[in-house]
Design a protein around this ligand. Structure first.
Ligand SMILES: C[S@@+](CC[C@H](N)C(=O)[O-])C[C@H]1O[C@@H](n2cnc3c(N)ncnc32)[C@H](O)[C@@H]1O
Length: 400
């Protein structure tokens, strides 16, 4: 883990210029930060047509192969971001288990459930930031052990408790704030703590509390790394603390941009929305001399269908800007569409740094566990198509 960390750390540090710039903003400036340092890469990007951009975006392996020609260290980095897949055979779920669990979520929960059961150490479970306790329900049924489900939202605790009671499961929901001192009362040294997709500081807090309460095991699947209370990332392990890599909240969003590629409809919708936003930004620059980026709130799909002019009128109303009547909307839409492809092109480069950054963060958590007397491992508990947040970090306390 240490050697992987060092490789990824230097890779990220040496290539900051490629991943720190935000493609959405970068495509709107005429500057190309890589022009001076990597002319062959810039030339290659400029040679790509829209179809090739789309193909490379959808075929990560091919993209890595192409980019390795211009960024040779990418090869070693890529070899160090792979982890074993959890060996899953499937769980036999009693009827009613899936009640109220949306499709893909069910796959994630069952996979994580099986993975933690496989690595179980302890006599009971603590489910952190449990929501309605979907994962806890599976753990309770399959292991016949008590589950404490800790959750902030009272309404989720109530509905989770009701389902558990109806199914006669030994689950106890506790409403509370993960960051409060009272959260410590839900811990005891018999528990295996688990957290499926607890955001940023919430899973960090669980790892720290599990260690301080001497839990026999803790297993997390992290998500939303940017949801932290500090302005910048606070490293956990000593190796990450001594790294020169500083990560802001917006850097911490980069791994999350690796979303599951949606179907054609989702793709078309995104293209339309981004082209409208970029086109609107061009319009503001030219018509109202507004050079800084004006963030426009999210828009309903049905409103997008009204067309570009309607989008611009809506956005300017929201932003209290007045647009004249003789605007050539078509020309701004054409500019927006061109910028969309420019953005897609630039994000091909950022794309290959997303997983290395995510693994850097995962290794920080795992190495912290090792430093605290746990045997730590990282694996992928499901296919990325089920959720791209498919890392499982697992720690088992070493008995002395
Ligand atoms: C992304 S959801 C994950 C829920 C569940 N583990 C799952 O995968 O379905 C995160 C959960 O954390 C809860 N949460 C947010 N802030 C919290 C806090 N300060 N203390 C406890 N729970 C919190 C939310 O209410 C939400 O249910």
């Amino acid at each position: 883990m240490h050697s992987r960390f060092k490789i990824l750390d230097s890779f990220l540090l040496e290539h900051q210029i490629y991943w720190r710039s935000e493609p959405f903003h970068l495509c709107q400036t005429q500057q190309q930060p890589w022009k001076e340092v990597n002319r062959p890469l810039v030339d290659w990007l400029e040679s790509l047509d829209n179809e090739s951009i789309q193909t490379l975006k959808e075929q990560p392996q091919l993209l890595v192969e192409e980019l390795t020609r211009f960024l040779p260290e990418l090869d070693t980095a890529t070899q160090n971001i792979r982890f074993d897949n959890t060996a899953l055979v499937g769980l036999d779920l009693p009827r009613g288990t899936a009640e109220g669990i949306p499709g893909r979520k069910l796959n994630q929960i069952v996979a994580m459930g099986e993975a933690v059961l496989e690595h179980h150490h302890g006599k009971e479970w603590l489910e952190w930031c449990s929501g309605k306790g979907f994962l806890g329900r599976i753990l309770s049924q399959q292991s016949d052990q008590k589950v404490t489900s800790f959750e902030w939202q009272q309404s989720l605790c109530e509905s989770g408790q009701k389902i558990a009671d109806d199914q006669k499961l030994a689950m106890n929901f506790v409403q509370g704030d993960a960051f409060s001192e009272s959260a410590d009362h839900v811990f005891n040294s018999n528990q295996h703590a688990v957290a499926l997709h607890a955001c940023g500081d919430l899973h960090v807090e669980l790892v720290k509390k599990s260690v301080s309460h001497g839990l026999p095991a803790v297993t997390i699947s992290p998500c939303c790394y940017h949801l932290i209370r500090d302005e910048n990332y606070q490293a956990m392990s000593s190796i990450a603390k001594s790294s020169a890599l500083m990560l802001s909240k917006s850097d911490l969003r980069i791994p999350l941009q690796e979303t599951v590629t949606g179907g054609e409809r989702v793709k078309r919708h995104r293209q339309l929305e981004m082209s409208y936003r970029l086109g609107f930004s061009q319009l503001l620059k030219a018509e109202l001399s507004i050079d800084e980026y004006i963030p426009v709130p999210s828009i309903k799909k049905s409103e997008l269908a009204e067309g570009f002019e309607s989008f611009c009128r809506w956005a300017s109303e929201v932003k209290e800007l007045s647009l004249g009547s003789d605007i050539d909307f078509d020309s701004y839409l054409i500019q927006g569409e061109a910028l969309f492809w420019e953005m897609e092109k630039l994000s091909l480069v950022q794309q290959v740094f997303r997983r290395p950054l995510e693994i850097w963060l995962a290794l920080d958590r795992a190495i912290y566990l090792q430093e605290q007397g746990y045997e730590a491992s990282i694996e992928e508990f499901c296919e990325r198509s089920i959720t791209p947040r498919n890392l499982l970090i697992h720690g088992v306390k070493i008995e002395r």
